[in-house]
Write a protein that binds this ligand. Structure first.
Ligand code: DAS
Length: 357
């Protein structure tokens, strides 16, 4: 039997079949890029019993991916280390860097979806930011974990596997930025960290969008607000994010923080008030004074878990020319305000934006 380059013809035929089927299989699988930023999902503790005592942002992205060999069954995965930090340390500049990278990658035909591994502390901010500024219908999934990979019952491995499953699934397209944790698929717009030390930490006041179980997605609702391709904000046109600060108000609140924020050049102050974004009587004239100086005043509430700040209810927002953050918590209100102020400083336009996004 004649051979080719010394190898029996049958062997060569079998070799090329395997090679081509491998290529076909790779071509059949979605191409997912994992952008790593740090956090607990990349954390490491000293002992398996350390589920809450550990160092965040230690494990590199390639090790995270290699730690889950089953990923190769569901997608062609490659990783990029964008940052390696605990997410409470992220700055506006980091959001812009990450957003530009996501936007550039999603323009490529050989990228079908993106997973961002992230710290839990500001997942809700980053996910909302990307939901506002990335013009693509391809899946963008932010994933985190409440326990480091070194701990018993660590949640990061399954969270990351689920995130890649969702990011590679065409059914995930056009739903806005998603946050996948604890088998749930939440909207990056709605979700917040509501518990600071348990795996079921992330909740949306209006409910999750769906679930992911053993690599299969189950959808129950869609996000009603404008996002991604329907957004008027575009990361490719945003060069910087104006300074917006949050002042937390309780009983006995003083005007010190508000005046300090104005002094440092904040373009807007998020008033994180009790109840319906309530403003202490002693603070009203101060906020009116700051508004008169051109600083936007945005009333939000530090009461979480559903409901929204109602315009002109306990405060005459029309009269004072203030904006209400609607259902957004203070940290999400900051994200929307800084993105919106990159486009307009008109308070009526800002109010429209807070009602639509
Ligand atoms: N400090 C937290 C963060 O990086 C750790 C975590 O929970 O991811 O957000």
């Amino acid at each position: 039997m004649r051979s080719i380059a010394g190898w029996p013809r049958q062997f060569m035929a079998a070799f090329f079949c395997v090679l081509l089927s491998g290529v076909a299989l790779a071509q059949g699988k979605p191409n997912v890029v994992v952008l790593a930023t740090g956090g607990t999902i990349a954390g490491a503790g000293a002992d398996v019993t350390n589920s809450a005592t550990y160092q965040a942002a230690k494990v590199p992205v390639d090790k995270l991916i290699a730690g889950i060999p089953q990923l190769t069954d569901i997608a062609n995965v490659r990783g990029e280390q964008v940052f390696q930090v605990a997410s409470e340390s992220l700055k506006n500049e980091n959001l812009l860097t990450l957003g530009h990278r996501v936007s550039d990658l999603l323009k490529r035909d050989d990228v079908d979806g993106i997973v961002i591994t992230h710290g839990t502390d500001t997942t809700e901010e980053t996910a909302y930011f990307l939901n506002l500024v990335i013009h693509s219908d391809k899946p963008i999934v932010v994933v985190a974990s409440m326990r480091p990979g070194t701990a018993m019952s660590a949640d990061g491995m399954l969270n990351l596997y689920n995130a890649v499953s969702v990011a590679g699934n065409r059914e995930s397209r056009g739903r806005g930025v998603l946050v996948v944790m604890n088998d749930e698929i939440n909207s990056g717009r709605d979700v917040a960290k509501t518990i600071n030390i348990r795996p079921d930490a992330f909740k949306s006041p209006w409910g999750d969008l769906g679930m992911i179980v053993e690599g299969k997605t189950y959808w129950f609702r869609r996000l009603d607000k404008r996002h991604t391709s329907t957004s008027e904000f575009d990361i490719d046109k945003i060069k910087s994010l104006p300074l917006v600060e949050i002042a937390y108000a309780s009983g006995n609140v003083s005007d010190t923080a508000y005046r300090a924020f104005a002094q440092e050049g904040a373009k807007a102050i998020i008033h994180a008030g009790p109840g319906n974004g309530s403003v202490s009587g002693s603070l009203v004239p101060v906020l009116q004074e700051l508004r008169a100086k051109g600083i936007q005043i945005i009333r939000s509430s530090h009461v979480n878990g559903g409901g929204f700040v109602l315009r002109n209810a306990e405060q005459p927002d029309d009269k004072y020319d203030w904006v209400v953050a609607h259902d957004l918590n203070p940290q999400k209100a900051r994200i929307l305000a800084t993105v919106a102020l990159s486009l307009t400083n008109d308070s009526k336009e800002l109010q429209r934006i807070f009602m639509q996004y």
